[in-house]
Design a protein around this ligand. Structure first.
Ligand SMILES: [Mg+2]
Length: 331
């Protein structure tokens, strides 16, 4: 059952968790947590998001804290390691921290960097981990010619990608890029992420033939039940992934992954290695490339240590009031 807004407000804590390296341009992950009948849940809509978008994330957080959940079909999920757009010197340090892995996702198209910087980073990973499968994520940051330039250079170096996630921003550009790739005779697979979760119709990208793989995250899709429904309506393989949540929010994404019928690719859930702090006693970090499906115990001391400044708490509570009303919570 949905909580009353006033109960949600009084249960809410706001924290700011430091990241090890800059990610999506941020160095601290700010989010709100509350305890419900199921345990702790997390509302981690990025601060620049509109109320409408943040309200969808709130519905997902309420589902995880308060409502009935579908039963998982497996008790562990294989995950990829993740490499932010760091300098060459930092690559080995970051990937060593990830432990054993079979797949690595490399972030590309970072502001202020060039296609050559991305290429150098990919080559260094290939050099250090010749057996690893490599997938790229540009978060829609390339235009078509930049993305094609990178693919051409990779092909010249003999590097085959597992897939390229959101190389360009729009569904139209993704479609055009698939045509460009076909023209070169390459078979690089394209995954859609932002085009799924930022679209009014999450399956529009599939209808347009603009992607081969869908990256799904339950929080931006309004919860696990919704995300499972979208997965069931799609013919494309699904890669369940996280949205840089703490272990509390990550456990919900992991539960979603565990509920899927089939996992063809390693899930994008190995993100806790990017954090320099967490809210639980035993972080959801992969062991030998695998995450155990569980709901970790929350460390109440961490909620105090990582407590956000008062004015940020006020900002989140005002946002909670607005978004709670948007999804029809009773006062
Ligand atoms: Mg992505």
């Amino acid at each position: 059952m949905n909580p009353r807004l006033s109960d949600l407000v009084s249960a809410s804590r706001v924290v700011s968790i430091p990241l090890r390296t800059k990610f999506r341009g941020i160095t601290e992950r700010e989010l709100l947590v509350f305890e419900g009948p199921n345990g702790f849940s997390e509302w981690a809509a990025f601060t620049e998001y509109s109320d409408e978008e943040a309200a969808t994330w709130l519905a997902a957080a309420i589902e995880w804290g308060h409502n009935d959940l579908p039963a998982p079909k497996r008790n562990s999920v294989p995950v990829n390691a993740i490499l932010p757009a760091v300098t060459l010197a930092d690559i080995s340090k970051i990937l060593t921290r990830a432990g054993k892995f079979t797949t690595v996702k490399i972030k590309t198209a970072e502001k202020g960097q060039s296609v050559s910087d991305d290429l150098a980073r990919i080559l260094e990973v290939q050099n250090l981990y010749p057996e690893a499968k490599i997938r790229l994520d540009a978060n829609g940051g390339f235009n078509i010619s930049q993305a094609m330039e990178l693919l051409e250079k990779l092909s010249f170096e003999g590097i085959e990608l597992e897939y390229f996630e959101q190389p360009v921003a729009t569904i139209a550009d993704l479609s055009e890029m698939k045509i460009e790739i076909a023209k070169t005779g390459q078979t690089t697979l394209i995954a859609a992420d932002e085009s799924v979760r930022k679209s009014s119709d999450p399956l529009a990208v599939e209808l347009a033939g603009a992607a081969d793989i869908l990256v799904l995250k339950s929080a931006p899709l309004g919860g696990i039940a919704n995300a499972l429904q979208i997965a069931a309506s799609s013919k494309l393989p699904i890669v369940p992934s996280s949205a840089m949540q703490s272990s509390i929010g990550l456990s919900a994404e992991l539960h979603f992954a565990a509920c899927l019928d089939e996992l063809v690719f390693d899930a994008g859930l190995g993100t806790m290695n990017l954090f320099a702090g967490d809210l639980v006693t035993d972080s959801l970090k992969p062991v030998d490339g695998v995450l155990e499906v569980r709901r970790p115990e929350v460390a109440t001391s961490a909620l105090d240590t990582l407590k956000a400044e008062d004015h940020r708490y006020d900002w989140w509570i005002a946002r909670l009031q607005r978004c709670g009303r948007l999804i029809g919570l009773e006062a």
